[in-house]
Design a protein around this ligand. Sequence first.
Ligand code: ASP
Length: 203
Amino acid sequence: MSAPALVTVAHGTRVAVGNRVAAAITAKASRRLAVPAQGSYVELCDPGWPVTDEQRAVLASGDLGWAAGTVGAVARDAQGRLAAATSTGGTMGKRRGRVGDSPLIGAGTWADDDTVAVSCTGDGEAIIRIAMAHEVEALVRLRGMGVEQACAEALRELERRGGHGGLIAVSAAGEVAAQFSSPGMTRGWRVGDGPVHTAVGAG
Ligand code: ASP
């Protein structure tokens, strides 16, 4: 078997892959391929190594814009159990060590089998201030709102605190919502064996 090659993936971590994979990657993104490894399977590279010229230009312009790297999921299983998960790269130009809303239960993520599962994206500091995911749950549980209405109300509250964002939610009854006050939010959903729906902008 030929020696593995080192490939840099997310966050500057180089991982070993077989030569066939390396060749496929090389064909698409040769500048991301490092030299063949000498038995070392994982190695850290300089944190600046994956930074592209395009990213440098955005940072230099001061127009940090929208991070657009957050991935959220909510699910209701056949027994009616609810789950939510959120992962993010944070916001562009963030301070070292910043913790946003995504990993904070109640802020960016919440699930309760009795009510609703919620995952949020957007301005993390404002989302934390209003505990947005839990806010949706509280509106459903205490005010008897449907998830559509509860998500809309939570987004209004976010805007009152100067934030923009979006959220996805599924209720204990299987009602699905995906709403946002940002320019767009890539999203998809499926109910049972029904069709897969996807959307990016409004509508
Ligand atoms: N909410 C994330 C954060 O503030 C960013 C995002 O959703 O794009 O870290």
